[in-house]
Design a protein around this ligand. Structure first.
Ligand SMILES: Cc1ncc(COP(=O)(O)O)c(C=O)c1O
Length: 425
């Protein structure tokens, strides 16, 4: 009985592998790791602990991870031109928690992007920020819904005097107007936090915005959305040592103890890939997203932010209310092996969150497997055939995907001789 259960788990994992290799994955928060990175999983590091910092651990036996971790920390500092980096958070939320716990006190006012405005739950009352203060206010939005109304936000800042502004979002089409808030934040001693979970890879490739040069105090991020994975988080800053010590404690012991060394070694390789290929990759991601937006628009879809050429990131947002709403459309596409998620749009009330008008599309993973503008046109055609004409497109989707089985922007083709250090292989 038990044995059958274990075999079933193995079967499920195999089925997932086989199925997902046939699908067009457009979930904006995901990416795939290269073969080289993937080979690293399941080494002895999967079993180990390394609390503290390289060279200052609470456990013995950490010599090898110490070297990998301190090199990785330095690579992040170089890549983002920051004086400080903490690579220990095990996710973007975890990184946010380390920062929010360090700088938000009960009663502080924090200004964030609302949920319909694209903000992430960790910035909200129900998430991490809400553990430290109940005073969360939203950035006012411009009429298009995808940009902050800077003048109204500044008026609100003068009245409310928030302690912190949190930029960055989950539905993230355009750079945030960070530099426009620099002076007022200096005047009122407001910390600017930039959550780069979605756009970390685009920033490191120089294709989005450069938050530090625009006045950001601290930046957090996930390492697996537009960055090349594995699934972890990071904190970067140019702040002084006294403030950084707070963040350091926020990361450990504040928001985690051991930091999952198995994924840390994968991230070390993924970061080398980003250093070598990030610029070309992120440029193609933005080109592809815009191409997909345009193609969907040509097919008759209500693609958001048309007046701004749809997007400057890896994402496109589409209002599909006329076709049954985001949930129905996302489910229909899933039946045809196109995977994406429903998403609330800026014009909607919060109560729509579980049945919103929109879908969010991310092209970063399909770009990583080598797709370009032509394939974006084909994806738009599949979506149109499926949603507008009610046709089945699964077989064509699978056929297209079959030609994109390799992970590009990696060392996979060069380092074919590398044996997996998986402890049992
Ligand atoms: C803006 C933003 N911040 C943080 C997170 C959380 O990241 P993670 O899933 O790595 O915890 C997300 C997740 O999608 C996000 O969109």
């Amino acid at each position: 009985m038990l044995e059958r259960h274990i075999r079933n788990i193995f079967d499920s994992v195999r089925q997932q592998n086989e199925w997902r290799m046939k699908t067009i994955n457009l979930i904006a928060s995901e990416n795939i790791v290269s073969k080289t990175v993937s080979k690293l999983s399941g080494s002895d590091f999967a079993h180990r602990y390394a609390e503290g910092h390289p060279g200052e651990r609470y456990y013995q036996g950490t010599e090898y991870i110490d070297k990998i971790e301190s090199d990785l920390r330095n690579d992040f500092k170089t890549l983002f031109r920051s004086a400080r980096a903490d690579v220990r958070p095990i996710s973007g939320t975890n990184a946010n928690e380390a920062v929010f716990s360090s700088f938000i006190n009960p009663g502080d006012i924090v200004m964030v992007n609302s949920t319909p405005g694209g903000g992430h739950i960790s910035h909200h009352l129900a998430g991490s920020v809400g553990k430290f203060t109940k005073n969360v206010i939203d950035f006012p939005l411009a009429a298009d819904g995808f940009h902050i109304d800077v003048d109204r936000a500044k008026d609100l800042i003068r009245i409310c005097k928030p302690k912190m502004l949190i930029f960055g979002k989950s539905l993230f089409l355009f750079p945030e107007p960070v530099h426009e808030f620099r002076d007022i934040c200096n005047e009122y001693k407001i910390h600017i936090v930039y959550d780069a979970a979605h756009v970390l890879g685009l920033i490191s490739g120089g294709k989005f915005q450069d938050p530090f040069s625009e006045g950001v105090f601290i930046m957090t991020g996930s390492t697996h959305k537009t960055f090349f994975g594995t699934q972890r988080g990071v904190i970067l800053s140019n702040m002084g040592m006294i403030d950084w010590q707070k963040v350091d404690k926020g990361a450990f012991p504040g928001s985690s103890s051991n930091h999952h060394l198995d994924t840390l070694v994968g991230l070390a390789v993924a970061t080398q890939e980003m250093i070598s290929f990030g610029k070309g990759y992120s440029g193609q991601v933005v080109i592809n997203a815009r191409a997909l937006g345009k193609a969907l628009h040509r097919k008759g879809f209500k693609v958001m932010a048309q007046e701004y050429d749809f997007t400057e990131s890896h994402q496109v947002a589409v209002d599909v209310k006329d076709y049954g709403g985001g949930k129905m459309v996302a489910n229909l596409l899933k039946e045809n092996d196109i995977i994406l998620n429903m998403n609330i749009l800026p014009h909607e009330p919060l109560r729509n969150v579980t049945n919103p008008d929109g879908i969010r599309i991310g092209v970063q993973e399909m770009t990583r497997v080598g797709m370009k503008e032509e394939e974006m046109d084909r994806i738009a055609a599949f979506i149109a055939e499926c949603i507008l004409q009610g046709q089945e497109v699964r077989e064509e989707v699978n056929r297209l995907r079959k030609d994109y089985a390799e992970v590009c922007f990696s060392f996979d083709e060069i380092l074919t001789d590398l044996q997996s250090p998986n402890i049992f292989s």
